[in-house]
Write a protein that binds this ligand. Sequence first.
Ligand code: CU
Length: 352
Amino acid sequence: MTSGKTSFGVGRAVSSLALSLAAALTTALPAFAQEAPAAPSALATGAANGAAQASGAGSYTPMAPTPGIGMPVDGGIGLQEQFSKVGEYGHAIHHGLLWVIGLITLFVLLLLVIVAVRFNRRSNPIASKTSHNTLLEVVWTLLPVLILVGIAVPSIDLIAKQYKPAPKDALTIKVTGNQWFWTYGYPDNGDFEVISNMLNVPGAPVINNGVREVGSQPWDGPSQLEVDNRMVVPVGEPIRLQITAADVIHSFAIPSLWFKLDAVPGRINEKVLVIEKPGVYYGQCSELCGVKHAYMPIAIEALPRDKYNAWVLTHAGGEIDGQDKPAPATAAPVPTADASEAPVVDATAEAE
Ligand SMILES: [Cu+2]
């Protein structure tokens, strides 16, 4: 009795503490959002846009996303439709595994029901004294082993495919996570940088000062996911994404592209991305990174090469990749490869 009372008291204290904490948070958060000084990122973005439009070398109108594609859908319970080869493969394995898990679960349930109905004390008063059955034991050992091997083969293949390095001529894009926005650097395209902030939501507390509201342009996607400047990439080409962070750990994740990689300060994580279809694909930071963690979405716009090039040229200093360095790019790799291999051989020889 006493212990019951005590735990009830503790429970009430904990819940009231949690309630007051929640109340404090909800009042503090909008205040923080509104009082935050104008993010330098927002101002810089505006300036960059102005410069881009003024230069007039290229042209670009953001693409309107297709509803339900590259974004979550209401009532959705499965994975998002995939738009990369690795994603389609992973999606297929996921579905296959669901069948394997489902059938095994049903089979075990069936066995349990048979045991409960046929071998309870009332219907089977005299229990069998059987303690060994060689055939049965071999089967229930071998069968799970075969199933696990059958699962392991495509799983390991998927891991290998996911971490296959980008080919040498892949376009490099540098992704940096910041509290609380993303920046995208284009070292192969003249080394300009795009700053990407979430669009403010009408009627909700202002998250990014100086950034427009979602829905104010015809190409805007879902609120909380659309940004002022998307990460634009060429479609159908391998892209080497080099991911890092400027402050705390973030995570660059786009469900419809089967892509998630942590952004860690002082470290570059690299992974190749090939998008199969032009479109806009949305994701979110997926590592708890502070008070505005929920407000740093990712929007990737995959465009055909010519449109991508035109987008690149809208940026001050933007250059088409591979255009200014074709001669060294074709001639250089052979001697470079030899030179880089030579020390490795020497090192092994010395070690031996
Ligand atoms: Cu983050």
